[in-house]
Design a protein around this ligand. Structure first.
Ligand SMILES: Nc1ncnc2c1ncn2[C@@H]1O[C@H](COP(=O)(O)OP(=O)(O)OP(=O)(O)O)[C@@H](O)[C@H]1O
Ligand SMILES: [Mg+2]
Length: 321
């Protein structure tokens, strides 16, 4: 007997095929990114096979990008960017792993992850040779969004890995088995250029550097650029650096002037800015990224613009871009 070939797919079918939440599909439909589903004889909303296939391909995107969110200056918006961008990408149907490399563990807490003593964390990934990174990955309440959490003990990791063999590439080796698993891996770095931060850079093809106009420092950017150049020359890893102005207050004339100067210096490597938005400050307490907590807010829209840009690129930018 020949099995009946399915030629109509419900929204639920397509969502499952694409590995995304059906709510995501409805949002895409509203935005006109995919065709509107038709009603079949039993009044179910369905897609044809070709439509279903194109949606699945749209959602899969086959990118597998790894992005370090880095700046040794404190308080510039690294964690906010990792958290909000991870949320924006997941809301767009991507499978995202947010890795917390900061002993402050703000990112983990913002995603609602509180570790018990026996729970594993990124520290185990660094210090135990036999420990697989996948074993520390946690789900979150949000479809498509996963977290590899940190705990305060991470502060001691620097010392523990100082004498390790190939110590700059520990994280890179540990993350390799996860590359195909996620569309995006985002790494929130601590506010320094330590060995842990170098491990993050080495494991990524690109880095996003949040910069705050008020605290912008040419020295900090040149130190970071030098570190990236060293990684390239000594370890043969090219990392595409791009800058993300954060906490931009349109009413402050001086912020605009500094921003112009930054754009003048860094040219096409500066991404569209993130405006100051109190909703972004509230999100960690609500344990939900802006895309889910306040989808219509300035902050959510600004980060969604960056997510849209990344998704459209279909791959990391050229290293010298
Ligand atoms: N666009 C924004 N609008 C308003 N507040 C923001 C924005 N971005 C970040 N903040 C706030 O600025 C503070 C510092 O942000 P965040 O913690 O993301 O910086 P960080 O670079 O991760 O800091 P650290 O170096 O300590 O890890 C936080 O209180 C955060 O809520
Ligand atoms: Mg932080």
């Amino acid at each position: 007997m020949i099995r009946k070939i399915q030629n109509q797919f419900t929204i639920g079918d397509v969502a499952r095929m694409a590995g995304i939440d059906s709510r995501v599909l409805r949002t895409w439909e509203e935005r006109g990114e995919i065709p509107e589903a038709r009603r079949n004889g039993s009044n179910h909303r369905v897609y044809s096979f070709d439509e279903a296939r194109s949606i699945v391909r749209l959602s899969a995107g086959d990118q597998h990008r790894r992005i370090a969110i880095v700046n040794q200056k404190g308080g510039v918006g690294k964690t906010t960017t990792t958290f909000s961008l991870a949320g924006a990408l997941a809301a767009r149907g991507r499978k995202v792993l947010a890795i917390d490399l900061d002993p402050q563990a703000n990112l983990s807490a913002s995603l609602g992850i509180e570790l018990e003593d026996q729970d594993s964390s990124i520290e185990d990934v660094f210090v135990n040779d036999d420990f697989a990174a996948a074993d520390a990955v946690r789900t979150t309440r949000f479809p498509g969004l996963y977290c590899l959490p940190a705990r305060p003990r991470l502060a001691g990791v620097e010392i523990k890995i100082f004498d390790a063999f190939l110590r700059e590439t520990i994280l890179d080796r540990k993350l390799t088995p996860l590359h195909d698993e996620y569309d995006f891996i985002l790494i929130d770095c601590p506010p320094n250029l330590s060995l842990v931060t170098v491990n993050a850079l080495v494991s990524c093809q690109e880095a996003l550097v949040p910069i705050e106009a008020q605290t912008y420092s040419i020295k900090a950017i040149s130190d970071l650029t030098n570190t990236v150049a060293l990684i390239r020359s000594r370890l043969d890893r090219g990392i595409a650096l791009r800058f993300l102005p954060t906490k931009i207050d349109g009413r402050m004339k001086v912020a605009g002037e500094i921003l112009d100067a930054i754009r003048g210096g860094l040219k096409n490597r500066v991404l569209p800015s993130i405006r100051t938005d109190a909703n972004l400050v509230r999100c960690p307490m609500l344990r939900a990224p802006a895309a889910f907590a306040f989808p219509a807010s300035k902050g959510a829209r600004d980060y969604d613009r960056i997510a849209a840009l990344l998704v459209q690129e279909q791959g990391p930018p050229a290293v010298d871009a």
